[in-house]
Ligand binder design. Structure first.
Ligand code: SF4
Length: 369
């Protein structure tokens, strides 16, 4: 146990951190804008103050890799409409409870008597379906490639059990199309990516070679501990400074180029690519996953008649610009005043992976961000 603890602690070793920071400083000669894709990485950067250790020339901007933040408003409103139905037990990850829709949130619906349950896995929702045959059980299947295998396995299990009362409301998205969308935007500022290590654990990183080559941007697969992040930043800076743009794996203890082939096979058995709206960003072609026709029986959108959705987005929230690296939470006029974790105007303030929540919890001095 002590050995495991020491291994985990070694990725926060302050003398090693100082060494890498020094190497980044020596390597940096001019300004660079680097985007960490994953919201978990954003939180680690803010929590450990890594952004403040870097030379002033290095600007970190925060990407769209917060699953709760990019779930589109119409799908959130649809979730609220389904959850409000009398015979439904609506199952969701806890992060979604306070995410504001156009009119309400799941937390308020629960307080008003709707059956909203927080689960830790879609398989928990399958179990609830087994235990409640007279109810309709709906799981809100949001997230990136990391969550898709578990969602796929819930469909396989529900099918094997012959469950007729289980369905999923799908809002699954994929990282590479979002990288294309960011890099091809006229407003783009991103010059390099720290790719999300956990997504690459599932999907590998073979898809990133063509992105690096097409847009001439370095992509470094990066983990989540302070040393992982600084290592990723160092490798990225060295590429930028020498005019290279290749894909490098700075997280080899978890990631292989081909990814997890078993998980990928399971994903492809149940889901297929589709166009998907990203909250604040808009429609990105082929950026989502939907149930294949043979599993459409489990599609909650078909099962419940909730097509009367009329969305109303906050006029103040600049989440879309934050998720594309164009602005930062500190640029939002509502940050910490009209918008806070207890009174969120946008998803990035409530999600445990949201950039606004990271700034609210960890930013020490917003004037230097
Ligand atoms: S601080 Fe609130 S209103 Fe502003 S961008 Fe973040 S979530 Fe939106």
């Amino acid at each position: 146990m002590d050995k495991q603890l020491n291994y985990a602690k070694s990725f926060k070793d302050s003398s090693l951190v100082k060494g890498i920071v020094e190497e980044i400083r020596k390597s940096t000669t001019r300004p660079w804008v680097i985007m960490e894709i994953c919201g978990g990485q954003t939180h680690a950067i803010m929590q450990f103050g890594l952004d403040q250790l870097l030379p002033a020339e290095i600007e970190l901007v925060h990407g769209p890799g917060c699953p709760v933040c990019v779930t589109p408003l119409d799908q959130i409103d649809r979730a609220h409409a389904v959850a409000a139905l009398p015979n439904v037990i609506f199952c969701t990850f806890g992060d979604m409870l306070r995410v504001p829709g156009s009119h309400t949130d799941l937390f308020k619906l629960k307080a008003q008597g709707s059956q909203v349950k927080v689960v830790y896995s879609p398989l928990d929702a399958v179990k609830i379906a087994q235990e409640n045959p007279d109810k309709e059980i709906v799981f809100f299947a949001i997230g990136f490639e990391t969550t898709v295998p578990a969602n796929a396995s819930s469909i396989l299990q529900a099918k094997a059990l012959g469950l007729k009362n289980f369905s999923i409301l799908v809002s699954q998205v994929c990282v590479p199309p979002a990288m294309h969308a960011i890099l091809s935007s006229p407003a783009n500022r991103v010059q390099a990516f720290l790719a999300a290590g956990h997504v690459c654990t599932v999907m590998g990183y073979w898809e990133y070679h063509s992105i690096a080559a097409q847009y001439e941007v370095p992509v470094v697969i990066t983990g989540f501990e302070p040393l992982d992040l600084l290592q990723g930043i160092m490798q990225t800076v060295k590429q930028l400074e020498t005019g290279q743009y290749t894909v490098e794996n700075a997280y080899p203890r978890a990631v292989q180029e081909s990814g997890n082939l078993v998980a990928q096979k399971m994903i492809n058995t149940i889901f297929e690519a589709c166009d998907r709206n990203w909250r604040g960003i808009g429609m990105i072609p082929s950026s989502g996953l939907m149930l294949r026709k043979e599993f459409d029986f489990f599609n909650a959108e078909n099962r419940f008649n909730v097509d009367h959705i009329q969305t109303r987005e906050s006029e103040i929230c600049i989440a879309g610009e934050i998720l594309q690296g164009i602005k930062k939470p500190s640029h939002c006029s509502a940050f910490g005043t009209l918008c806070s974790p207890t009174n969120p105007l946008g998803a990035p303030m409530v999600s445990s992976e949201g950039a606004c929540s990271a700034y609210y919890r960890f930013a020490r001095d917003l004037s230097i961000i």
